[in-house]
Design a binder for this molecule. Structure first.
Ligand SMILES: C[S@@+](CC[C@H](N)C(=O)[O-])C[C@H]1O[C@@H](n2cnc3c(N)ncnc32)[C@H](O)[C@@H]1O
Length: 407
């Protein structure tokens, strides 16, 4: 996600930034958290984050109002333009071909949000005339039922809802298909850890004398925190703060359990452990998003702002191996877009009734989606289960780069 400066196209449609302070906080949730801390003592940051994001009726992702999107708090790649979903759809179609065109073929999307990826992907396959479409089933998965209803209505409005399946994924590996998740791993709860001479300690969430939330340094709540950093060869400097997500393993196992054969595509802002937990990031990567403004204070706007941390690539690779997934390839969102084909942007411009505004919107979105320091720098990790060896997935082809010294 990137903060949206409020301009669809520089100099063309300028909207004033909305006041991030105006979002306030969920007072009932704040009180419930205070009660928990008064009763049980300081809680881990992962417990705090789980409640402020996912508490039914109160957490940021349990609200009915939109989070991602132009009307919400941040823009994700699929929200930027349907071309992103179309590019992802081409990769999925390549995996389907490599598997020998199984029917049905079910795409499961955990964290489907407003349905932007689903809409772009299905419309892209339709516009490609893809032979996958007649056997495609699409299963959006969300923590909040109200979001799923809005998503179904969105796809229905575009005439794309006949592919949707309501049934939950089977508990056993029975399906051929794909699992695709954009910006979900970064929303999993993280622990906060601080480096000390005697080894890492944990930053818990307690209360100060006024009853406001504050960080409390304590012994780690679990030895898994130090074990993860040690396994990654990371030694934190004294006072250095970082985040450790222990929820990736369970999430990935449950998100892919139903998959007998197919591809798993995870897209997120992510980094290698040495960079993630290195000296260049002395205060970690925890960020808060409210109304397109990035903040650093997780204790403000409780339940009304998104909390997120950069994903640890090594942790995802290990979780995938433990879930029985085989690495297929890694690329970036920009490279995924480029590998999808030069014909893709033109298609949106040649649509009957396409306007100058459509062209400007596409140009602006492509600038973001291809920007290696923006959405284009997001990492794409692809794993397979029972994929034929040597499967050629053009969407994972890295861009050819000029040879060093070449003109
Ligand atoms: C940053 S939003 C991204 C939404 C969408 N994928 C996009 O790219 O626009 C993260 C989404 O993941 C969802 N989410 C988080 N944990 C989840 C889980 N365990 N299962 C399903 N959805 C989850 C949240 O509810 C939220 O809609």
């Amino acid at each position: 996600m990137t903060p949206d400066p409020g301009r669809a196209v520089p100099g063309y449609r300028v909207e004033p930034l909305r006041d991030p302070e105006a979002v306030g906080e969920d007072e009932a949730l704040v009180e419930a958290l205070r009660e928990q801390i008064r009763r049980d003592g300081p809680i881990t940051f992962a417990q705090f984050m789980a409640r402020v994001l996912y508490e039914p009726g109160h957490g940021y992702y349990r609200r009915v109002e939109p989070g991602p999107g132009p009307a919400g708090d941040f823009i994700t790649a699929p929200e930027a333009h349907p071309i992103f979903g179309a590019a992802a759809g081409r990769l999925v179609a390549q995996a389907w071909e490599a598997l020998g065109r199984p029917a049905p073929f079910t795409v499961t999307e955990p964290g489907a949000g407003t349905g932007a990826l689903a809409a772009g992907l299905v419309a892209g396959l339709r516009d490609d005339g893809s032979p996958l479409l007649p056997v495609l089933r699409y299963r959006p998965v969300e923590v909040e039922e109200a979001r799923l209803q809005a998503l179904r209505a969105r796809l229905a409005a575009d005439g794309l809802d006949d592919v949707l399946v309501d049934a939950p994924a089977p508990a056993a590996p029975r399906e051929a298909g794909a699992v695709i998740a954009n910006e979900v791993l970064d929303a999993l709860p993280v622990h906060r850890v601080v480096g000390r001479a005697g080894g890492p300690r944990e930053l818990l969430v307690g209360l100060d004398a006024q009853g406001d939330f504050r960080s409390v340094e304590a012994e780690p709540s679990t030895p898994e925190l130090a074990a993860r950093l040690e396994a990654e060869g990371v030694t934190l400097a004294d006072g250095q703060v970082t985040e450790v997500c222990l929820a990736v393993d369970a999430w990935l196992e449950s998100a892919t359990r139903h998959l007998a054969r197919g591809i798993v595509v995870l897209i997120d802002y992510a980094d290698e452990p040495a960079a993630l937990h290195g000296p260049a990031r002395p205060t970690g990567t925890l960020r808060a998003f409210a109304r397109h403004a990035v903040g650093a204070d997780p204790f403000r706007h409780v339940g009304r702002q998104d909390l997120t941390a950069t994903v640890d690539l090594a942790a995802v690779r290990s979780a995938a191996a433990r879930a029985g997934l085989t690495p297929l390839g890694e690329t970036t969102a920009a490279e995924l877009m480029a590998a999808a084909g030069d014909d893709l942007p033109g298609r949106y411009l040649r649509r009957p009734g396409a306007s100058l505004q459509d062209a400007l919107t596409l140009r602006s979105a492509l600038a973001r989606l291809l920007d290696p320091r923006g959405l284009g720098g997001f990492r794409v990790l692809a794993f397979g289960r029972e994929m034929p060896s040597g499967a050629q997935l053009g969407g994972l082809r890295r861009l050819r780069r000029p040879r060093e010294g070449a003109i």
